[in-house]
Design a protein around this ligand. Structure first.
Ligand SMILES: NC(=O)C1=CN([C@@H]2O[C@H](COP(=O)(O)OP(=O)(O)OC[C@H]3O[C@@H](n4cnc5c(N)ncnc54)[C@H](O)[C@@H]3O)[C@@H](O)[C@H]2O)[C@@H](O)CC1
Ligand SMILES: Nc1ncnc2c1ncn2[C@@H]1O[C@H](COP(=O)(O)OP(=O)(O)O)[C@@H](O)[C@H]1O
Length: 499
């Protein structure tokens, strides 16, 4: 798991690196500019392209000036620089880099007013006006500049952060900053890149390492974490040599209704493909034939039997996919909540909890809630932005001592200790019904196999997205059943890798 840091912490890491590596701040800036340039050159290979480098007067602008010099050195001879010198103060390293540029390549044109700038859609703008130092919304000349660049339709590559975009905290509903096609960000992604509202400011981002002190970064307190492949590889326990079905637990999936039996089948199937030793599906009788035909390995438990069965024989239970919200399902859920056994609660089971808020306090500790945005807002109230929504998820996870899996393009796994683990696997080819049902089946499967609730949720979201990513390399759309069928391949690949 990688700590994500806020801008003030990154500043402290910069200072620490400068002092302890040791390295001069101007050399660290040079390293950042080189890292930016390497990625830029790999993407934009035509040295004849006109590149306008827009620079502010802080360290972001300093990066821009160094980038202009380095690109020119690499043969990109159509470089032009714009200086937005709207403020009284300029950073020391900005001034040093301005002097270096003017000395090395006096022929590079430097402009200071927009009347001198003509941008065409074939040009590239390097946005180095304001970076992580943004401390108030854009106004005046900065706002005009952002508008000018956005209106030009030129391709925009932002240095570290698009000008006007906040690195963390609530994103303003109306974005006035620069819209970047690509952000090349230093060392760590900014927390706000993971919120859907960032779509107004950037199409995509890439992280480049600049050699900041890793140990120090890891030592800083942060409740924002990134789920990493290394963590997953270290956490997955390979199947044991002398093992049998009993070793991997018995999972029960309570799901499905006449018109939504597919949800139950998808969930139970994914549970099987994720490796639970035994899987039972408690579905309405209408689905029995479908279950036997499509998932012969899965056992059937009728709704009636559920009332009398000793639940102790199940190591993990999930409830909700396609369940329905009628009185009978409400009764079923209430009875289950009273058993005080942790549950994976999804879809209609969440919707029932939303209409009967008193049920929330009855959710057993260590349970896992897996809402998508609509289910989340039904359950915990309407939210106007994702920052607020994640704050609520974090608070509820702590209050109820549960894991909240808030699903989205980037899924937020909020743990009972207040940590927010962000998943970066997954892609739009997966945006199709049934995908959440598969995830629920995966989570309950990992739980049945003995992983702790938090771990089961983290493993499942990562592998779910990873499988979707592998399939999306060749397929434009990834259906839930296709993803489910490919889970064993992903598991095999991961367990074959060295941690
Ligand atoms: N050693 C370092 O500190 C490194 C910093 N790096 C770069 O430094 C950047 C951060 O630099 P700075 O901290 O100098 O900050 P910026 O360059 O982002 O901002 C500069 C100044 O703009 C002012 N400002 C903020 N919001 C404004 C607004 N809305 N309107 C007008 N003025 C505004 C601030 O008062 C600040 O002094 C990073 O994004 C990154 O590009 C990189 O060079 C890597 C190393
Ligand atoms: N664009 C996307 N990128 C990454 N993951 C996605 C995307 N669209 C959907 N998913 C994933 O698919 C799942 C959808 O869940 P949900 O909306 O509950 O589906 P359903 O109710 O149809 O089963 C979530 O895990 C979500 O993270």
């Amino acid at each position: 798991m990688q700590n994500l840091l806020i801008a003030s912490q990154i500043k402290a890491v910069d200072a620490y690196t400068i002092q302890h590596e040791p390295i001069k701040s101007i050399d660290l800036m040079e390293r950042a500019a080189e890292a930016f340039m390497q990625l830029f050159l790999a993407r934009y290979t035509n040295p004849k392209t006109t590149i306008w480098v827009f620079c502010g007067q802080g360290n972001n602008g300093g990066d821009g000036l160094a980038i202009a010099r380095l690109l020119y050195q690499k043969g990109y001879k159509h470089i032009k620089v714009f200086l937005s010198d709207y403020s009284q103060h300029a950073s020391t390293d900005y001034l040093k880099n301005l002097a270096r540029l003017e000395k090395a390549y006096p022929e590079i044109p430097i402009r200071r007013t927009l009347e001198e700038v003509q941008l065409s859609k074939d040009d590239i703008v390097v946005d180095a006006i304001l970076g992580s130092g943004l401390n108030k919304p854009l106004t005046g000349d900065y706002e005009k500049l952002a508008w000018f660049i956005n209106a030009s339709k030129a391709k925009v590559v932002a240095v570290d952060v698009p000008t006007g975009f906040k690195s963390e905290g609530e994103i303003d509903p109306i974005y006035k900053g620069i819209r970047a096609d690509l952000v090349i960000t230093f060392q760590l992604p900014k927390i706000n890149f993971f919120f859907p509202e960032s779509g107004n400011a950037l199409a995509t981002f890439k992280v480049v390492p600049i050699g900041l002190a890793e140990d120090y970064m890891a030592s800083l307190p942060s409740q924002w974490k990134l789920i990493t492949a290394t963590f997953i590889r270290k956490t997955i326990v390979p199947r044991k040599r002398f093992s049998h079905k009993g070793t991997y637990g018995h999972a029960l999936v309570i799901a499905g209704n006449t018109q939504t039996m597919g949800a139950a089948l998808l969930s139970a199937g994914a549970c099987l493909h994720t490796g639970a030793g035994l899987v039972s599906a408690c579905i309405s009788a209408a689905g029995l034939i479908a279950l036997n035909v499509s998932l012969p390995e899965v056992m059937y438990l009728s709704r009636e039997e559920l009332a009398t069965t000793d639940l102790k024989k199940y190591q993990a239970i999930a409830i909700g996919p396609g369940l329905g919200v009628e009185e009978s399902q409400q009764k079923l859920l209430k009875r289950l909540l009273q058993q005080n056994k942790p549950l994976v609660i999804d879809a209609d089971a969440l919707n029932i909890c939303a209409t009967q808020p008193s049920l929330q306090s009855q959710i057993p500790a260590q349970s896992i809630l897996t809402p998508h945005v609509k289910e989340f807002d039904r359950l915990f109230g309407v939210h106007h932005n994702w920052w607020q929504r994640v704050q609520t998820a974090k608070q509820k996870a702590q209050e109820l001592q549960v894991t909240v899996v808030l699903k989205n393009q980037y899924t937020f796994v909020c743990l009972p200790n207040g940590d927010v683990c962000i998943n970066t696997t997954g892609n739009p080819a997966m945006a199709q019904g049934g995908m959440g049902d598969v995830l629920t089946g995966m989570i309950v499967s990992f739980l049945a196999q003995g992983y702790a609730a938090e771990t089961a949720a983290i493993l499942a979201v990562y592998l779910h997205g990873k499988t979707g990513d592998e399939l999306a390399k060749t397929d434009g759309v990834v259906s839930a059943s296709l993803l489910s069928a490919n889970l064993p391949k992903t598991l095999k690949k991961i367990s074959d890798m060295d941690a």
